[in-house]
Design a protein around this ligand. Sequence first.
Ligand SMILES: Cc1cc2c(cc1C)N(C[C@H](O)[C@H](O)[C@H](O)COP(=O)(O)O)c1[nH]c(=O)[nH]c(=O)c1N2
Length: 226
Amino acid sequence: MSRDESFSPEERAAIYRCIAERRDVRRNFLPEPVPDAVLGRVLSAGHAAPSVGFLQPWNFIVIRAAATKEALHAAFIRANAEAAAMFEDERATLYRSLKLEGLREAPVLLCVTCERGRAGPVVLGRTHQSEMDVYSTVCAVQNIWLAARAENLGVGWVSILSLADLHAILAIPEHIVPIALLCIGYVDHFETTPDLERAGWRKRLPLEELVFEEEFGRRDPMPAGD
Ligand SMILES: Cc1cc2c(cc1C)N(C[C@H](O)[C@H](O)[C@H](O)COP(=O)(O)O)c1[nH]c(=O)[nH]c(=O)c1N2
C-alpha cells in the first residue's frame, strides 16, 4: 500500500521552524491591532485541537477593553507579590527583575476556558482520567500559540493570577474553569531562546536525559534528531 506523503519537505520544515521559534512573549508588543481575520484564523486553529471524546470543552473570551486589562493587571500585581515572597535571597532578586506579563501592552488578551460538564457527566475517554478535558483545552492553547507564531504574532501565557480573580473580572460562571490567559500582539522581534533561560532562571534540559526505553528509568541510545 502506498503511504500518505501529503507534507512536502518544505512544509515539514516550516512546521518544525514554527515549533522551534515559538516563544512566550510578554514584552515588545506593538500597539498595532490584530485584524479580526487573523484572530479568527488563530481561534480556528484552537478549535481544531484534539479533545477527549470530541468534547471541545473550550470557550474563548477575547479582551480588548483597557479597563478589563487594567483589572487583570491589578490581579497579577497582587498574585505576583505573593509569588515573589516564595523565593529567597538572589533568587528573589532575580524573580523580581523578570517581566512575567504583558497584560496592558498587548492589544488583545484571550482567556481560554474549559467547560467540564459540556456533554454531561460521562465522557468517552475521561472516566478513568478525569483531567482529560482540561488537557484537551491545553491542546487548544498550544494550537493557538503555534498558529499565532505562524501569523508573526507573539503570545504570552500569564498564570500569575488567582482563579477567583479571573472568574470575577471576566464573569466566568462557577462551573467553567479558566485555563489560560494569553497576551497576543505583533512584536518588533522574537527572541531565539526563552526569556527565563537568558535571565539565568533555568536551562533547557538535554532531551536524552528525558527519554527512556520500555520502562521509566531505562536508558538506551535514542534516535538522533537533527
Ligand atoms: C502553563 C504555562 C503557564 C505559564 C507559562 C507557560 C506555560 C506553558 N509561561 C511561559 C514560560 O515561562 C515559557 O514557556 C518558558 O519559559 C519557555 O519559554 P518559551 O515558551 O519557549 O519562550 C509564563 N511566563 C510568564 O512570564 N508568566 C507566566 O505567568 C507564565 N505562565
